[in-house]
Ligand binder design. Sequence first.
Ligand SMILES: Cc1cc2nc3c(=O)[nH]c(=O)nc-3n(C[C@H](O)[C@H](O)[C@H](O)COP(=O)(O)OP(=O)(O)OC[C@H]3O[C@@H](n4cnc5c(N)ncnc54)[C@H](O)[C@@H]3O)c2cc1C
Length: 302
Amino acid sequence: MRDLIVVGGGPAGLTAAIYAARAGLSVAVAERGFAGGQMTATADIVNYPGFEMIDGAELARRMEAHARGLGAEMLTGEVRALRLDPGALTVVTGSEIPARALILAMGTQRRKLAIPGEERLTGRGVSFCAVCDGAFFKDQDVAVVGGGDTALEDAAYLAGVCRQVTLVHRRDAFRGGRRLEAALRRLPNVTFRLEHTAEEILGDKSVQALRVRGVKTRAEETLPVSAVFVAVGVEPDTALLRGALPLDAEGRVEAPEGGHTPIPGVFVAGDLRQKPIYQIITACADGATAATSVSRFLRERE
Ligand SMILES: Cc1cc2nc3c(=O)[nH]c(=O)nc-3n(C[C@H](O)[C@H](O)[C@H](O)COP(=O)(O)OP(=O)(O)OC[C@H]3O[C@@H](n4cnc5c(N)ncnc54)[C@H](O)[C@@H]3O)c2cc1C
């Protein structure tokens, strides 16, 4: 029986593991993909204190090494279910793993467009991570769909790798930062389809085109592209928690700063907790406070 299992190995989960291990708890982190979470999909991080600029994958690698170095175990595999009965907390992967306390830090995942072709061609030209997959489309024409910071950052990154990038956004203005947009508009190989919606991703075995439609004109256009990068926001990964914990309208867990939930021994941290800003530094802060809450909870039970 471990003291603590952390579900999700993003910055929140890895920081929780670091704090828990330093507090003398036995801790394991269950992660279904790469440790580091969303950081691994970020090229340059410029707002994490101590690093004027650091590659997201490198920051992830350092956090994971830090947690492992202190004795945290990394369990690879998807957590498929959680049994949240007080006193009998269990994480279900391939097997059932009991723990005295849980920190849930499953973060967010990219929202889908929900248009024909998206699911079928995911991994065959449809991507949710420009930094991870951009290099596969070197010197080819690609599209990015979305209008926030992530879409603008993805387009800027891809412009350095691909031949031509078309940015498709349904509104007449971007929600992302003005400086980012200005920089993007200066790039010769980026074109814009504002007030256009993505309607269908076409291709047999891989992406061959994206069909878009003018919001006002209703005119359709088929853009010949080899890849479509979807950047239309994120949604919290709280499907496992529906019915078990109080969630807000967006699906985030409503919990105070210490990460406490109504279930004794169950704490939340990171992007899946409702809070004012969703950043690496706030995810780390959540991990630290949740681990401290766990230490206190276990001490009170001894
Ligand atoms: C493109 C992009 C750029 C960004 N740039 C910045 C930036 O420059 N600066 C900044 O501060 N923030 C940035 N952010 C935001 C920042 O990355 C997030 O706020 C932060 O990663 C949230 O951390 P987290 O640990 O809560 O969740 P996540 O990073 O989402 O990690 C959650 C982890 O849980 C795992 N997981 C989920 N469900 C399960 C399950 N059932 N079983 C096992 N594992 C599971 C996931 O695989 C994932 O690894 C960016 C985000 C994106 C998408």
